[in-house]
Design a binder for this molecule. Structure first.
Ligand code: AMP
Ligand code: ZN
Length: 471
């Protein structure tokens, strides 16, 4: 499998550190509000990555954090804690907010067929691990304690900007427009590992530490949670592209300083879902959720298909029209699959050839749009329905679009509709018309058709024979 690695800025052959397991880490949600469909694009594509690796035969162990403390309104260590902001907004405690939105996130994942990672760890569960890492970095001389906070000292690194060639001035934390400079920092890129003092005093969750009562910085969560469950090396670390800087940059800085060796080999970043006015974000106020899509009559699978139809390394523009197109494509696809009958034998050669097309698409940096096209190739292929159904079941282990169950539901619905509309008298008239047509008695056939028309019945001639419906 080839994957684009943000670290080398190249597509690289994926080779895990250990033959028996792929260690995968995903930055989880900050649970101060509902996830918007932009966040969920990232989780869908990470889900597809995990499933594609499993499809390729790897055993994957995936860990995700739930950020319930320490993520400030600005990624650059300033502003209010997002969780405190959420609690104030809803007049609830931080823990109530965390519980409520974690459950809401889990429900969204379920609706979108996003597998819940093997281990999901709330950040507030790992305070001892953060204290241990911060203490070690202080002992190593890679962190310092000033003004009540512990900072990571980026001047101890050979290279800080690992992901991009941006001008340092553009990225400099603390000197960005609208962000107040923290005068405690020795270097502009230094970041907080542990807070005991900040300009807001109403931080809800605080813990004892060697540096006073306080709380962890956001970046340290992911380093420690990953090491707690996956050990000192990691194969793939995932997140949305906005996480690359400063979050992932800081994760690498502190993890590799702490470990004294390389930490993670592959960095997988998903580009953003944008609306007409730019990046979809919660801080902008209005944002779209899965529930809102459902309220507007969309099947969550239409959104999953919408995401799969584009490559994860391209920005994706959301519009209702684009979603309508995906919803129509999904409906059509399911209707086609619903016409397949479980007939014939599976043809091994055809099965292997069509499967290879699908696997190749995934192996080429997770080309999901080509993988979706492989389903249409199956439907068009000259092979038995049994082969087609087996292939669709196989592909859907990765696509997870409910292709077979939705088709089955559609068939049931159609059968129920037919049963509800059953009328032996009309069936008899339709049969009489068919017989008249066969006997070339077209006048009689037309007479019956007109008679039925007067009663609000339309005859539809199909390759399977004449059917009728009420109009
Ligand atoms: P958050 O809950 O804000 O920590 O974000 C959760 C995940 O969603 C992170 O991996 C972000 O990088 C990602 N993300 C945030 N906004 C977008 C967006 N508009 N499109 C895609 N991913 C996003
Ligand atoms: Zn993270």
């Amino acid at each position: 499998m080839y994957l684009y690695n943000s670290l080398s800025r190249k597509k690289e052959k994926f080779v895990p550190n250990h033959p028996d397991v792929v260690k995968m880490y995903t930055c989880g949600p900050t649970v101060y509000h509902y996830a918007h469909i932009g966040n969920l694009r990232t989780y869908i594509m990470e889900d597809v990555l995990e499933k594609a690796l499993r499809y390729e035969g790897y055993n994957v162990k995936r860990v995700m954090n739930i950020t319930d403390v320490g993520h400030l309104a600005s990624d650059a260590d300033t502003g209010e804690d997002k969780m405190v902001k959420g609690a104030k907004r809803e007049n609830k405690t931080v823990m109530d907010i965390a519980r409520y939105y974690t459950e809401a996130f889990q429900a969204d994942c379920q609706k979108l067929n996003i597998k819940w990672p093997d281990i999901v760890e709330p950040a507030t569960n790992c305070i001892d691990e953060y204290i241990h890492m911060v203490q070690t970095l202080l002992e190593q001389g890679k962190a310092y304690f000033v003004g009540g906070n512990v900072y990571f000292d980026t001047s101890t690194l050979e290279k800080y900007y690992v992901f991009n060639d941006h001008d340092e001035e553009d990225l400099a934390t603390g000197v960005r427009e609208g962000v107040e400079e923290d005068t405690n920092k020795r270097n502009k890129n230094d970041f907080v590992l542990w807070f005991t003092k900040s300009k807001f005093e109403d931080q809800a969750l605080k813990w004892d530490s060697p540096w006073g009562v306080g709380y962890p910085g956001w970046h340290i969560e992911c380093s420690c949670i990953s090491m707690k469950h996956l050990g000192e090396d990691l194969d793939i670390h995932c997140g949305g592209i906005d996480n690359a800087f400063p979050h992932h940059t800081n994760e690498i800085a502190q993890s590799e300083a702490y470990l004294g060796h390389k930490w993670c080999n592959y960095w997988f970043h998903v580009r953003h879902l944008n609306s007409d006015s730019g990046k979809m974000s919660k801080s902008k106020g209005e944002f779209l959720t899965v529930s809102l899509l459902e309220k507007n009559g969309y099947d969550p699978m239409a959104y999953r298909l919408f995401c799969l139809q584009s490559h994860y390394r391209r920005n994706l523009v959301f519009s209702w029209e684009n979603l309508d197109n995906a919803a129509a494509a999904y409906e059509k696809l399911i209707a086609k699959i619903a016409t397949l009958k479980n007939e014939g034998e599976i043809e091994p050669m055809m099965f292997a050839r069509l499967k290879q097309r699908f696997a190749k698409a995934l192996e080429g940096d997770l080309n999901t749009s080509v993988a979706v096209t492989a389903v249409y190739d199956v439907l068009k292929a000259k092979t038995t329905d049994a082969t087609k159904l087996a292939l669709i079941a196989d592909f859907d282990k990765v696509l997870c679009l409910n292709l077979l169950s939705a088709a089955e539901n559609l068939r049931k619905k159609q059968a129920e509709e037919e049963a509800a509309n059953a009328d032996p008298e009309i069936d008899a008239l339709v049969a009489e018309r068919t017989a008249a047509k066969k006997a070339k008695n077209f006048a009689e056939a037309d007479r019956i058709r007109d008679l039925l028309k007067e009663r609000g019945i339309e005859i539809i001639d199909t390759p399977q024979g004449a059917k009728w419906r009420k109009v």
